[in-house]
Design a protein around this ligand. Structure first.
Ligand code: NAG
Length: 320
């Protein structure tokens, strides 16, 4: 390990998912495969939402925004793995590294806030269905999504500023497949205790706990309201409108809790890498998958789109 004196370290080496030479090609193929599947899935969702007028509702506008977030997140985290294999260049400058961290954590915050906005949308849909169109009007949707996008970048600004104060590094090897906060702090020889406390406080309380609480409260109201429905069919129908969103929320918070709700000091980097891999690479494919597998609207939009291309198919005309 080379002992370097602070300001001299302006370049880091991204170790990657594994540094075993024999694994480089399989890893490259796997990441490339997942990247294109996820890209394809999210672009398909975006196209469906654009093309089908039945999907021009708040829920799908939020879902569309979520897809854009997913694509951006995945690109930020995996592009280095892919580029490294092609160019062989594992280095990254401190500036790019910090920018990458900032964009990534901001997008992750945005994702939580958009999911919270979606739970409010579901709450209105179930608990106040008659006034749904009045409450979730275009202005409200635009306001909510704008706040969602800005919020993450604002709330993560202080973390970013604190990170720029790291000047001294024990090593220039980042044991991760992208620049992440924890591996960067691990190799820093500056005093990171404030940063650790700040991230623990902000990350857990402000960024995760508040959206979690709001989502939780929405679902308490939703469940109470569903229980009051007399008929079985009505109950099932009401639950059905939320099931896709609820699935995504549960999966996302479960992985986030595993990944971040641990103090930095007891964190093993290999474990962190594993959870990151699931969270950043596997999660983005889950949104389109869950929404298209479980959702009648999306399925019928897809069918219509396919049928639009082959208008002579008799099954199509019957189904529409
Ligand atoms: C994102 O949300 C805004 C506001 O609701 C909406 O107008 C826009 O179409 C959404 N974007 C996508 C790609 O769905």
């Amino acid at each position: 390990m080379d002992q370097r004196n602070g300001t001299l370290t302006t370049f880091f080496i991204i170790v990657g998912i594994s540094d075993l030479p024999a694994l480089q090609f399989p890893i490259f193929l796997l990441v490339l495969f997942i990247y294109f599947i996820t890209l394809g899935g999210n672009i398909a969702i975006l196209l469906l939402i654009c093309l089908d007028r039945n999907l021009h509702t708040p829920m799908y506008f939020f879902l569309g925004n979520l897809s854009i977030l997913d694509i951006s997140c995945l690109t930020v985290t995996t592009h280095k793995v892919l580029l490294t294999f092609v160019s062989g260049d594992k280095t990254i400058s401190l500036t790019v590294c910090l920018a990458q961290i900032y964009v990534f954590i901001s997008l992750t915050c945005d994702e939580l806030v958009i999911l919270t906005a979606m739970s409010y949308d579901r709450y209105v849909a179930v608990c106040n269905p008659l006034r749904y169109n009045v409450i979730m009007n275009q202005g409200m949707c635009a306001l909510l999504t704008t706040v969602c996008w800005i919020w993450g970048f604002l709330i993560c600004l202080e973390t970013f500023i604190e990170l720029t104060r790291l000047t001294c590094f024990r090593s220039n090897k980042i044991n991760h497949f992208y620049c992440d906060i924890v591996p960067l702090m691990k190799i820093s020889c500056n005093d990171t205790s404030f940063l650790e406390m700040y991230i623990l406080f902000m990350g857990n309380l402000v960024v995760a706990a508040i959206p979690f609480l709001l989502t939780f409260i929405s679902y308490v109201f939703i469940i109470v309201s569903i229980m009051k429905i007399r008929t079985n069919i009505g109950r099932r129908k009401a639950f059905y409108t939320c099931s896709s969103h609820l699935t995504v929320v549960i999966l996302l918070y479960t992985t986030l809790i595993y990944q971040y709700l641990r103090p930095v000091s007891v964190d093993t980097l290999e474990l962190n890498k594993f959870f990151s891999l699931f969270n950043t690479v596997a999660m983005p494919i889950l949104n389109p998958l869950i929404y298209s597998l479980k959702n009648k609207d999306v399925k019928s939009a897809f069918r219509k789109l396919r049928c639009g291309m082959q208008t002579k198919d008799k099954r199509c005309t019957r189904q529409n």
